[in-house]
Design a protein around this ligand. Structure first.
Ligand code: HEC
Ligand code: HEC
Length: 352
């Protein structure tokens, strides 16, 4: 899955090249991958080469190294990024809940209530734009959002930078990771780099579909997968494989009246974009209840009931949401399939 692209400082020596060739050779057998990654030095570039995922074209600065990921992780869990030192990114993006928070809508400092549900951060590296309305273009620029947002961490970004810069240990880690001091650029890059390492690509579904392991899915989950891809349910029309989203903005008929305008918040185009939200990824979906932009559906059974009913009569509802008949056992099968999208361990290879 992962190859070590270059060992930065030593690449020019012939011995190092030989070593690199050996490492790459060993990487052909999957059982070696883990060891290779663990053995990689802090400056080794970790190429995200997941054969069944689309290639990622990262800029040179965005390439992952262990020292950058480690630093980003430390920042992600650091409450110094909130005005009153009470919450960190991880307060609303808990690793054990697939980097969501288990609440219908998130709660920031001083109990301030957000209007949206915390989304998973798994495979966020592939998101072409961030937020459910696509209102933010890159992971680097997105970092400023939660830090400054009144209902989240409520700290001016410049103050976040000076707080971090005042900590000696951080100064050292920034020098080691970036060869640069703590500044707005390196702070956002560090967090973005950690987020890019939150990968989920080795679920039972992946092993079944892409690695030819026919025993990876139970028969029930296999029937659920067939339903997911069937002409009648056609979940796959929007939740496309392998990422389980095509990133388009769709109105899935959740509401008759949308309090949250969705995509129209960004475009101001209520007539054409009201109630359209980015198609959500379904990876690790069993861990990230409650569901939808406002957390209004409590569990996967509720989600299936919603789609089966055909949803609201909103004028912008996608023509793909038409409703369908589903028996109790088919519903259980579809849930078994959705549960087979759970893989919360592959990311630890990159982040531990
Ligand atoms: C108070 C809770 C809260 C905190 C703290 C928080 N987030 Fe979030 N995060 C959210 C919510 C809610 C959303 C959905 C916002 C939206 O779509 O408009 C979100 C969205 C995101 C997204 C976009 C994901 C996507 O698929 O579009 C990223 C990336 C992200 N957060 C990273 C972070 C980082 C990094 C931090 C810390 C600097 C952080 N968050 C702190 C609640 C929080
Ligand atoms: C027309 C496109 C479309 C189709 C078809 C579709 N979905 Fe969705 N799905 C979406 C959108 C858009 C969202 C996000 C809506 C929101 O945030 O309010 C979503 C959200 C979800 C969520 C919640 C994700 C989360 O993290 O909160 C689940 C689960 C889900 N869909 C499952 C399914 C299943 C199962 C089917 C087939 C029965 C299906 N979807 C068909 C567009 C679609």
């Amino acid at each position: 899955m992962i190859t070590i692209k270059s060992l930065k400082n030593s690449l020019r020596s012939p011995i190092a090249s030989l070593l690199l060739a050996m490492v790459l050779l060993m990487a052909f057998t999957s059982c070696r991958e883990e060891t290779d990654l663990k053995e990689a030095g802090p400056e080794a570039i970790l190429e995200l080469n997941i054969p069944h995922f689309p290639a990622l074209n990262l800029k040179p600065d965005q390439l992952l190294t262990k020292s950058k990921v480690k630093l980003g992780k430390q920042l992600f869990f650091d409450p110094s990024l909130s005005r009153d030192y009470s919450i960190s990114c991880a307060s609303c993006h808990l690793p054990e809940l697939a980097f969501t928070d288990g609440l219908a809508v998130s709660v920031g400092i001083e109990g301030r209530v957000h209007n949206r549900n915390s989304p998973t951060l798994f495979n966020v590296a592939w998101q072409p734009y961030l937020f459910m309305d696509g209102g933010n273009p890159t992971l680097e620029s997105q970092v400023i959002g939660p830090i400054e947002e009144h209902r989240e961490m409520d700290l001016p970004f410049t103050e976040a930078v000076s707080r971090i810069a005042a900590i000696n240990e951080y100064q050292e880690s920034f020098q080691n990771a970036f060869g640069d001091d703590v500044n707005p650029y390196t702070l956002s890059l560090a967090l973005a780099t950690y987020e890019r390492a939150l990968l989920s690509y080795d679920s039972p579904f992946d092993r079944f579909r892409y690695q030819g392991d026919s025993s990876a899915l139970s028969e029930s989950a296999q029937r659920g997968l067939a339903l997911f891809e069937s002409a009648e349910l056609n979940c796959v029309a929007c939740h496309k494989f392998p990422l389980t989203t095509d990133f388009s903005f769709q109105n899935n008929g959740l509401k008759d009246i949308y309090l949250d305008p969705g995509r129209a918040r960004v475009t101001n185009n209520i007539p054409e974009h009201e109630g359209q939200f980015k198609v959500a990824t379904l990876r690790n979906i069993a861990l990230s209840a409650p569901y939808m932009h406002d957390g209004s559906l409590g569990d996967l059974g509720d989600v299936i009931d919603h789609y089966a009913s055909g949803g609201s009569n909103h004028r912008l509802k996608s023509s793909l949401i038409t409703g369908f008949e589903i028996s109790a056992s088919e519903k259980a099968d579809l849930i078994a399939f959705l549960e087979s999208l759970t893989d919360t361990s592959s990311y630890k290879l990159y982040t531990d």
